[in-house]
Design a protein around this ligand. Structure first.
Ligand SMILES: [Fe+2]
Ligand SMILES: [Fe+2]
Length: 186
């Protein structure tokens, strides 16, 4: 899918009205429900990522689009959605907490460590996705198609955050949060 086609199809990607969309919403929750319902993951609601967008909102937005685009491209959408959900899982307030390295360079590495601490050992593809998502700001380019998808989706969602367009995702974000509230009983 080209970048132009992706942008054109965004309203369709975010639509939840049809049976097909409901099906892949269910598929998405099945893929990442254990991550999104984890207390450490929910902590990200308290961290501004692109003010006033929280790290949680941004991560779910990126993960959801990565899931759908991966299905379109025939990639392993469970693997990619999980890595995308964890790509900014750095768990600190980057406006207040400083490290020896710039946040843009530091946070992918700590996201990998946190992902493997609280969830599972990442595949090589998932590790590549997270470590390269800041490319080209960070000089490490993606080495996989999955990594290229994530870095493109992350740029798209970041631009939407900055332009205050990501509120288009808000209705779906609220649906996902309601599903996650009931995740244990599914
Ligand atoms: Fe990031
Ligand atoms: Fe991001």
């Amino acid at each position: 899918m080209s970048a132009g086609a992706f942008i054109k199809e965004l309203p369709e990607l975010l639509n939840t009205d049809t049976d097909a969309q409901q099906q892949w919403l269910s598929g998405y929750i099945a893929a990442v429900g254990d991550i999104l319902s984890h207390p450490k993951y929910i902590q990200m609601k308290g961290f501004d990522h692109h003010k006033p967008v929280s790290c949680h909102f941004h991560s779910v937005f990126v993960s959801y689009l990565t899931y759908k685009i991966s299905l379109e491209l025939g990639l392993d959408a469970v693997e990619t959605a999980r890595a995308a959900a964890l790509h900014d899982f750095y768990l600190y307030d980057w406006y207040l907490t400083k490290h020896d390295e710039l946040h843009a360079w530091y946070h992918p590495k700590i996201a990998v460590i946190n992902a493997e601490t609280y969830f599972e050992k990442l595949s090589d593809t998932q590790t590549d996705m997270i470590l390269s998502h800041m490319w080209p700001l960070h000089p490490r380019p993606p080495r996989t198609r999955e990594g290229m998808v994530l870095t493109m989706v992350d740029k798209y969602c970041t631009s939407a955050d900055m332009l205050k367009l990501s509120r288009k995702f808000l209705p779906l974000y609220e649906i996902i949060n309601r599903e996650i509230d009931n995740y244990e009983s599914i």
